[in-house]
Design a protein around this ligand. Sequence first.
Ligand code: ADP
Ligand code: GLC
Length: 490
Amino acid sequence: MSTTLRVLSVASEAVPLVKTGGLADVAGALPAALAPHGVETTTLLPGYPSVLGALGPRTKAVHSWPSLLGTSARLLAGALPDGHPLLVLDAPALYAREGLPYTDAAGLDWADNWQRFAALGRAAADIAGGAVTKRGKSQPFDLVHAHDWQAALAPAYLRFAPFTDRHTPSVVTIHNMAFQGWFDPGVFPQLGLPDTAWSLDGVEYHGGLGMLKAGLASADAITTVSPTYAREIRSSAFGMGLEGLIVERGAQVHGILNGIDADVWNPATDKALAARYSHRSLDKRRANKRALEAEFGLDEGDGPIFIVVTRLTWQKGMDVLPEVLDHLVGIGGRLALLGSGDAAIERALHEGAARHPGRVGIRIGYDEALSHRMQAGGDAILIPSRFEPCGLTQLYGLAYGCLPVVARTGGLADTVIDANPAALAAGCATGVQFDGVNYDALAAALTRTVQLHASPPLWQRLQKNAMRCDFSWSASGHAYAELYRMLATA
Ligand code: ADP
Ligand code: GLC
């Protein structure tokens, strides 16, 4: 095998230390996914209280900055719970606060987010360039992999203000084009970038600082998390203003599907479940279904239970869901929903649940273990997203035999095979797809799902097809490693 590549993966969240969405699942799973391909991944995270807590008190500082964008910071070295190397940027003025990674207790973005994440990018560029030394010897990285806008200034620093003259290649991954990190132009002088960086081809975007844009313009390669989304973001409907740049850099844009961590998401070994099962013992799902009914106060029955596990947002089509509840119940379905987000959506869902006691159960909040039990006890997972760069919950649904009912977009289009007559005849169907996120499309998809569910042998065939799909990281880990190697040897 060729020599080991040392990659610095820079992210604002990673399981199991800090998570607000799928980015954390991916950043947390990448080191193990890449190890078999000769890549040693070190993850760099901001030192939020939860991350520092996981490091323990005896951690050593391996580097310090007297002034990192105006604040003092240290770099702590440790390991992720799975043993892969972890670096934590300990800058108390930026990260030592209660609340979520991006927002305060009231749900408002932290006013200094530009500084919190520019500091992460600056630190990443220094570390990758070799700022950290061991026994007097500098320890540079072969490549930087920056995730989303929060890490996307790293490639801009590597390009416009590198730590050394040696070129460090970089990759930016777009997990969601809707979040771009745009800030007032007044912050630019505080970034420590040369004036040349303030250009159409640099960090300037619509008169302000565009952090994702800066990364897209500066990185050696751009990836996003599914082939279909890689195509979609070439259009204005999905590119959200950055479509021109994506088209211009088309030769450097790659769609690499996310995988799932089979150590965490496997119904045969999942300790959260009432009963563990595989595609050979589907009848054991019944115990999980009964447990789910009890947990959500649903009537007992053999009719289908739809589950939803999601952020309650417009992206996820959750504004349309309350409208179809009467239809869902009318055709014999039940719903168990876990999510949090938009207050108006939460209210509408509660109203729907009040209209349909025993048929619609709503849990507002965030609960990892419950999300596992829902995938194991539900019959179908409903994902009516308006756009979905990859989506992980449909992959978990496939692995658990909870068939995905999805809008045909992004990663949902790439991972679910619609149970149309041709796919049924070919024996490869794994779920239901529909076009357009509106009442008619959703209602029709729900009806079609209930009809399929009415035939137990047919439904079980679909479940077996779904559970046999391989959405582990093996193929995608290989794809990232190939890309890294190409860039590192260019
Ligand atoms: P996104 O990152 O856009 O929110 P993904 O489908 O990629 O969408 O990832 C969402 C992740 O967050 C999945 O692991 C999903 O199970 C989890 N998740 C979302 N909402 C909740 C919730 N309320 N409770 C527990 N897990 C949740
Ligand atoms: C984003 C996307 C989601 C994707 C996740 C991980 O949050 O919305 O589709 O699965 O990132 O890449």
